[in-house]
Design a protein around this ligand. Structure first.
Ligand code: ACO
Length: 274
C-alpha cells in the first residue's frame, strides 16, 4: 500500500491519460522512473506524439529521480518510426512527412528539434538512463536505446539502423553516441549497410553493457538501478558530468575539471557552515 502511495503515474508526473493515449506508460517509484513504450501490437512504433510525450516526461521529471528506465512492452523494444508517417495519409492527427515537409525547411528542422528533445534529456548528469532492450530495436528504436547511458539487452535483441535503407539519415540523436560507443568504422558499417547487430556482437563492440536471458531482463535492470542508487547522489552527478566532458577536454583540462568538482565535493562534505 505504502509502495502504491509512493508511486506517481502520469504523462506529466501526475496524469497518466496523456501518456497512455500516446502509447507511453510512465511511472515514478521513489528514485526510479520507468518509461514504457506501450503499443506492443504495433511493435512500439513511434510517432511525433511519442516524442512529444518523452520530452514532456523529461521536462516534468521529479527532482528525486536518479535512474530512468526506458523499456518496451511486448516482443520488441521498438520497430522504429510508425511507417504510416511515410504515407500521404500519415498518422491520424499527426500528419505525415509530406505534410511536415510542406512546412518548408525551417518548419521541418524545428519539428526534428522537437522530436530530438524527447531523447536528449536522457543524458542529463542528474540521472542515469538505462534502456532495457528485447527483440527489435530498429531505426528510431535503436536511437532511443542509444539515447540512454546504458543498454541491458535480452539474448534475442536485434539492433538495426534502417534509415539509410529508406533514404533517410538517423536524426534522433543516435549518430554521436553510436560513434562514441563503437568507433567510426563500425558505425559506418552498421549504418550504411543497415544490417542487424545481434546480442553477441552488441556486447563485443560495446553497444550493450550486459546480455541476459529474456526472462531475466527486468531483474537485471532492477539490479543495475540498485547498484547505481548505492552511491552518493551528488558525487554521482558530478562524476557523470566529468565523464561526459572527458572526450572534449585535454588531459590537462580534464585534470583541472576534476579538481574543481572535487573542491566542491569536499566543501559540501567537510566545509563548515557560517
Ligand atoms: N510502424 C507501424 N506499424 C508497425 C511497425 C512500424 N514501424 N512495425 C511493425 N508494425 C506493425 C505491423 O504492421 C503489424 O501490424 P498488423 O498486426 O496490424 O498487421 C504489427 O506491428 C506486427 O508486426 P509484424 O511485422 O507482424 O511483426 P513481426 O514480429 O513479424 O516483425 C518487425 C517485427 C521485424 C519489427 C517488422 O514489423 C518490421 O520490419 N517493421 C518495420 C520496421 C521499420 O522499417 N521501421 C522503420 C525504421 S526507420 C526509422 O525508425 C526512422
Amino acid at each position: 500500500m505504502a509502495e502504491a502511495q509512493a508511486r506517481q503515474r502520469g504523462g506529466n508526473a501526475d496524469d497518466g491519460s496523456a501518456s497512455a493515449q500516446n502509447g507511453v506508460r510512465y511511472e515514478v517509484d521513489g528514485e526510479i522512473a520507468t518509461i514504457t513504450l506501450d503499443r506492443p501490437e504495433k511493435r512500439n512504433a513511434q510517432t511525433f506524439a511519442t516524442w512529444s510525450e518523452l520530452a514532456r516526461i523529461g521536462e516534468n521529471l521529479p527532482e528525486q529521480v536518479r535512474v530512468v528506465v526506458v523499456k518496451g512492452e511486448g516482443p520488441s523494444f521498438s520497430a522504429g518510426i510508425d511507417l504510416r508517417t511515410f504515407t500521404s495519409e500519415g498518422v491520424p492527427g499527426q500528419g505525415s512527412f509530406s505534410s511536415v515537409a510542406a512546412d518548408g525547411d525551417t518548419g521541418f528542422e524545428q519539428r526534428i528539434r522537437q522530436a530530438q528533445a524527447g531523447f536528449l534529456w536522457l543524458r542529463r548528469p542528474e540521472i542515469v538512463s538505462i534502456a532495457a532492450v528485447q527483440g527489435h530495436a530498429i531505426g528510431a528504436g535503436f536511437q532511443l536505446a542509444l539515447a540512454c547511458d546504458l543498454r541491458i539487452v535480452a539474448e534475442d535483441v536485434s539492433f538495426c539502423m534502417k534509415e539509410p535503407a529508406l533514404g533517410l539519415v538517423p536524426d534522433l540523436t543516435g549518430t554521436k553516441p553510436l560513434v562514441e560507443l563503437v568507433g567510426l568504422a563500425k558505425a559506418i558499417d552498421i549504418c550504411l549497410t543497415a544490417r542487424t547487430v545481434h546480442a553477441e556482437e552488441a556486447m563485443r563492440i560495446g553497444l550493450a553493457e550486459r546480455v541476459v536471458a529474456g526472462g531475466d531482463l527486468d531483474q537485471a535492470v532492477k539490479d543495475k538501478a540498485a547498484q547505481l542508487l548505492s552511491t552518493n547522489r551528488d558525487a554521482a552527478v558530478a562524476t557523470k558530468r566529468l565523464l561526459q566532458g572527458a572526450q572534449a577536454r585535454t588531459l590537462e583540462e580534464q585534470s583541472v575539471a576534476e579538481g574543481i568538482e572535487q573542491a566542491a565535493r569536499i566543501k559540501a562534505l567537510f566545509g563548515r557552515s557560517g
